[in-house]
Structures are given as structure tokens and as C-alpha cells.
Design a protein around this ligand. Structure first.
Ligand code: SF4
Length: 359
């Protein structure tokens, strides 16, 4: 597992963002250059003074954009150079309480918008920056402002923003119609076409109705939307109906991602009640995928190891698990499709990998 947080010491007393460089010729404004290193630490010098990071080779940090927090003496690797999986956490507050939430919400919010905006401006060229929470649109004004300023300054960047879509309204339409927002994709969870079932899964009465309203505003604004459906026992048999709803009512979406469960957060203690062994219960998933495909809705499978998916649907299984939390098991050692396979979450239970076989 790749460590995203590392112990560090800095001369500065306040939090700051910098990009780490090993080569003086690559230095730009805001960068810190490797000053000295040994087997256990690397020290960089930059606009905020000296920054000493422990427990990692300097070559592993080259080009990373990091947030140094002197009060806790740690750096956070916000944007790792060369990684396609960079996600910025906007807030840990949320107004839903999904049964399988991988990052259970907190009541407090730490405003880091200024620092995150600086990080985005230092991003390597052409990347997609993920935004997540909590619920980022609880701070919609700050979020929109940050997105607009970054996209204006950097026409090579895109954003993918996870949002429960409980907060879009008519007043957002004109703003979201700006051409810069064509470089933003909203990842929106929808768990069932039955309002009661969806509301139960997200732990909020009325959430489905509010989501439908938000989706209408997003459609009117020409927004790019990826629907996300986490597979859990309560919605397994409801997937075919959801597929019919999506193809009938939400044809404007860019993609529909059906996602396997992550054994972390709330799902850890509820695993036995929530986890679906799709290798034994694939029929509803297959029906949903077929309906979507027949109607031209691009559907795909996230977090589904390729060998556990029936061959006719295997091409839809994307390598979706982020590199820093992905693992492979012993059987994967000789697999010809490992590079295209998502593998498993680092914390996936060993007993839930039965039947895995090299392709
Ligand atoms: S054997 Fe491993 S790498 Fe190959 S498809 Fe199965 S899970 Fe993926």
C-alpha cells in the first residue's frame, strides 16, 4: 500500500503547499528542491523554508504536490506525480448516512479550500483531479469558485467531483453552463429506482426526490454526469428496474458505474449483510448491463476482478481501484490480464477471494 501521509518537519509554522523536485532545471514557482537526503529522510528547500520528510525515498516524491501541516508534523501527498488516482478531500461533513459509507462523516469541517486550490494550480499537465468528501456541495460557493479559478488558469485540467446531488438548484444552471464546466464530471450515487429503497440505503428520507430534482438541473445545465450504484444485498434484485429507469429517464448521463462494495467504514461491520458475491449472483447485474447497453447507456463495472465476471461482460470491468489501496492475491501472479484488472482493495477479506483464477 502506498502511504499518502508521512511524518515531516518544517521551518514554517503555518500549513503550506509545495511541489517537490529533484532536478533544479524543472523548478517553477512554488516548488521545493531536494537539498539533502539519507536512508531515512529527504530534506527539501523552497519558498516556505526547509521541509524534511521521513520514511520515503526522494525519487518516490519527485513531482508530488504535498500539503505540510506543521501542527501535526505530517505531509499529505495531495497529488502524486504519475498517478491517475489523485483525489482531494473537501470536507468530512455529509447530509446523508449511506449504509455502506466508506468514509463515515464527521460533524466538524476544516476549511482547506485555499490550500487545495494552490495544489490544483501546481498539478502536472493534463490530469483529472478527483474531488470527494463528505459532501463537497455543502460548500458549493467555495467549491464552484475554486473550480472556476483553477480551470481558468489551467485549461489542461479536468475535475471529477463526487456529490450526492442534494444541493443543485435552478440558480446553478447559468453558472454550470459556462464552457469551463464541460471539464467537470459529477459522480452521483443512485442506488435504486424505488424511492423508499434509495432513501433507506442513503439514510435520508426524501433524498430520492431531491436527487431527481438536482439531476434535472444538471441536465438543463448540460453537465457531465456519471451515475454510481454500489452493489449491496438490498439493491441486487432492484438493479434491472434501475437500469430501465436510467435508460428511460436519465439518457443524458455520460456513464453508469456499478460498483462492488469496499470493506471499510460502515461496510466493515455490516459486511455479511451487505456484500454480494457477484460470482454466484451475477444474473441481476447482467440484466442491468444488457438493458443499459441495448439503450446506448455506457455501463461499466468498478471494483469487479475480471476473472469473477462472466466472459461476455468482462470487457466492462474497469481497473478502478486506486493504485495506493489496490492489492493482488497469489493467484494473480500468473494472470495474463492482471494489468487490465482492478484487483482488490487492500482491506478486502481473504475469505472473499475464493474462486479467483488466472486468465
Ligand atoms: S487472477 Fe487476479 S489479476 Fe487475474 S483477473 Fe483474477 S483477480 Fe484479476
Amino acid at each position: 500500500m502506498i502511504q499518502l501521509s508521512l511524518p515531516a518537519l518544517a521551518q514554517a509554522e503555518r500549513a503550506f503547499v509545495t511541489r517537490l523536485r529533484l532536478d533544479r532545471d524543472q523548478l517553477e514557482a512554488g516548488d521545493s528542491l531536494l537539498f539533502e537526503s539519507d536512508a531515512t529522510s529527504a530534506t527539501f528547500a523552497g519558498p516556505h523554508g526547509l521541509l524534511s520528510i521521513e520514511g520515503v525515498l526522494p525519487s518516490d516524491l519527485d513531482g508530488d504536490v504535498v500539503l505540510m501541516q506543521p501542527d501535526i508534523q505530517r505531509i499529505e501527498r495531495l497529488l502524486r506525480a504519475g498517478s491517475p488516482h489523485n483525489t482531494l478531500l473537501i470536507t468530512e461533513r455529509c447530509d446523508q448516512l449511506c449504509v455502506m459509507c466508506s468514509q463515515p462523516p464527521k460533524k466538524t469541517h476544516v476549511d482547506r479550500f485555499d490550500l487545495l486550490e494552490q495544489a490544483c494550480l501546481l498539478a502536472e499537465p493534463g490530469i483529472v483531479i478527483g474531488i470527494s468528501g463528505g459532501e463537497p456541495t455543502l460548500y458549493k460557493e467555495q467549491l464552484f469558485g475554486m473550480i472556476e479559478r483553477v480551470l481558468e488558469a489551467r485549461d489542461d485540467l479536468e475535475f471529477h467531483i463526487l456529490s450526492n446531488a442534494q444541493h443543485f438548484g435552478q440558480g446553478d444552471v447559468e453558472r454550470l453552463r459556462d464552457p469551463s464546466f464541460r471539464r467537470v464530471t459529477w459522480g452521483v450515487p443512485l442506488y435504486a429506482s424505488d424511492a423508499v429503497l434509495h432513501d433507506e440505503i442513503v439514510g435520508k428520507q426524501g433524498a430520492f426526490a431531491r436527487l431527481e430534482e438536482s439531476l434535472a438541473w444538471l441536465m438543463l445545465s448540460g453537465a457531465r454526469v456519471e451515475l454510481r450504484t454500489v452493489l449491496v444485498s438490498p439493491n441486487l434484485d432492484a438493479l434491472p428496474a434501475l437500469a430501465r429507469y436510467v435508460t428511460r429517464r436519465l439518457r443524458f448521463i455520460d456513464a453508469w458505474s456499478i460498483m462492488q462494495l469496499e470493506n471499510i467504514g460502515f461496510a466493515r461491520n455490516r459486511w455479511d449483510n451487505l456484500y454480494v458475491d457477484h460470482s454466484r449472483s451475477f444474473a441481476p447485474v447482467a440484466e442491468a448491463l444488457t438493458t443499459a447497453t441495448l439503450h446506448g447507456v455506457p455501463a461499466r463495472l468498478f471494483n469487479f476482478p475480471r476473472c469473477t465476471v462472466p466472459e461476455p461482460f468482462r470487457h466492462l470491468a474497469a481497473a478502478s481501484i486506486s493504485d495506493w489501496k489496490r492489492k493482488y492475491v497469489e493467484a494473480c501472479g500468473t494472470c495474463a490480464e492482471r494489468d487490465a484488472c482492478t484487483g482488490f482493495f487492500e482491506w478486502h477479506p481473504e475469505e472473499a477471494v475464493e474462486g479467483v483464477h488466472p486468465l
